[in-house]
Design a protein around this ligand. Structure first.
Ligand code: PEP
Ligand code: MN
Length: 265
């Protein structure tokens, strides 16, 4: 591709504190609630995950909801709770940035900036993220072709930031049995084309908690550099994405199963 100057396929390892993502480093797990709902909820979840194993704690505080009447996230207050929980269990944290006006706060409180599926095409936001020196997780747009996804990453790199982790989170197809169609072929393609680490989100990728284990195994088998899994202490009461969230106990089963083959102890 002539229009690609920065991401040439040469391997890039992204450092988040002491953690190295990509290259020959072992896969990482990002886990946590879809949304930070309260100080107690994120802290309890973090402590339960720490008991099992976790590399990075996730939690949305600015939530891109389909309905304006659904829970929109706790905003800055939630960001502080997320950071506090991450500090308590001594892991980096990640949260989604939806709007440039919150960039400074998210840079201050979060170790990785997540650009969600809905904003993959937000080129002005991508340029802003490119200008800062902070790891970014770029999710695939829900109707983005591989080429478009590559070019979104190239936008960030072109403006100066190559600390990019890609995340396959499923695309929209005619299939409605699952929330999205998880495109695992994109994993080796994106790794090869860009050289960037690619992780897989089987939670949004399927929308069904019973599919998280098989899709996690499949993702790691095809070379994913990590997983992102939604975990809630009480999925029935979750304010968002309860149907795809798993309990810490279910997470433990998945972790034990995948670590047998893929995670170094
Ligand atoms: C999320 O991970 O919180 C999220 C909203 O996912 P996506 O952008 O993939 O829909
Ligand atoms: Mn979610």
């Amino acid at each position: 591709m002539k229009d690609r100057k920065e991401l040439t396929g040469e391997q890039i390892v992204v450092k988040v504190g002491d953690l190295k993502i990509g290259g020959n480093n072992p896969p990482v797990i990002i886990a946590g609630p879809c949304a930070v709902e309260s100080r107690q909820q994120v802290m309890e979840t973090a402590l339960a995950l720490k008991e099992i194993s976790i590399d990075i704690l996730r939690g949305g505080v600015f939530k891109p909801r389909t309905s304006p009447y659904s829970f929109q996230g706790l905003g800055l207050e939630g960001l502080k709770y997320l950071k506090e929980a991450g500090e308590k269990i001594k892991v980096p944290v990640i949260t989604e940035l939806m709007d440039e006006k919150n960039l400074e706060a998210v840079v201050e409180y979060s170790d990785i900036i997540q650009i969600g599926s809905r904003n993959m095409y937000n080129y002005s936001l991508l340029k802003e993220i490119g200008r800062i020196d902070k790891p970014v997780l770029l999710k695939r747009g829900m109707s983005a072709s591989i080429k478009e996804w590559i070019m979104a990453a190239e936008y960030i790199a072109a403006y100066g930031n190559k600390n990019i982790i890609l995340c396959e989170r499923g695309i929209r197809t005619f299939e409605v049995y699952t929330r999205n169609t998880l495109d695992l072929a994109a994993v080796p393609i994106m790794k090869g084309e860009t050289g960037l680490p690619v992780i897989v989100d089987p939670s949004h990728g399927t929308g069904r908690r019973e599919l998280i284990l098989p899709m996690s195994k499949a993702a790691l088998a095809c070379g994913a550099n990590g997983l992102m899994i939604e975990v809630h202490i009480d999925p029935q009461k979750a304010l968002s994405d309860g149907q795809q969230s798993i309990t810490p106990e279910q997470y433990k089963k998945i972790f034990l199963e995948v670590k047998k083959s893929y995670f170094k102890l």
